[in-house]
Design a protein around this ligand. Structure first.
Ligand code: COA
Length: 173
């Protein structure tokens, strides 16, 4: 029988999955909003994302770790395969997703229902980032950085530095 997670206090552990290539201020905004709601939030990096990431898993783990420093109850983890299997492993019954615009909704709705079909105890909680970040995506930030544009209002300084290092290495090769 399905337990009513959201009303039993059984929803205290959450996972926030993504590719995080790289983590941006929009992701950090969602993490800061989620942290006080849950006992523990795992920011969990997809290892087998369909995307070809710019940063290795170790680099992304490091950038996320530095971004969540000082936010209580937040840890970084990584997963391969299905996000619901990782949720089960860490005892999470909530998947956090950011909704930046209405256009995100249809896809998210489908995935949320599919995830719940696979693991009946899991519910998806949608959080809206600050409106400053509604148009942000990791790919856009990378594109701007690759062409020498300004990204300091979109990512922490160390993420900007990491991108610049990657792109200057790319042009040297
Ligand atoms: N601020 C800024 N950018 C944000 C954001 C926010 N709050 N929320 C999302 N984005 C950006 C992301 O950076 C990403 O940008 P990109 O496409 O340029 O890289 C884009 O919006 C899409 O984000 P998201 O939908 O979270 O995709 P993702 O690639 O980061 O993560 C997974 C997708 C890994 C969570 C998902 O594919 C997954 O769970 N895979 C595992 C397999 C699985 O279980 N699938 C479910 C089957 S039902």
């Amino acid at each position: 029988m399905k337990t009513d997670n959201l009303h039993t206090g059984n929803c205290r552990i959450a996972v926030y999955p993504g590719t995080f290539d790289p983590i941006t201020n929009g992701h950090i905004d969602i993490i800061r909003r989620a942290a006080p709601i849950f006992q523990k939030v795992y920011v969990t990096i997809a290892v087998n994302s369909a995307k070809q990431p710019l940063f290795s898993l170790e680099e992304r783990l490091d950038l996320v770790r530095r971004s969540i420093e000082g936010i209580p109850g937040v840890e970084v983890s990584a997963f391969s395969g299905l996000v619901v299997d990782h949720a089960r492993q860490v005892g999470a019954t909530v998947i956090i997703r950011g909704l930046r615009a209405i256009s995100d909704f249809e896809y998210e709705f489908q995935i949320a229902l599919m995830n719940r079909k696979q693991y009946h105890l899991v519910d998806t909680v949608f959080l809206m980032p600050d409106e400053r970040y509604t148009y942000l995506s990791s790919s856009l930030v990378k594109e701007i950085a690759r062409h020498g544009g300004k990204v300091e209002c979109f990512v922490p300084e160390f993420v900007e530095t990491a991108m610049r290092e990657k792109f200057s290495k790319e042009t040297r090769e």
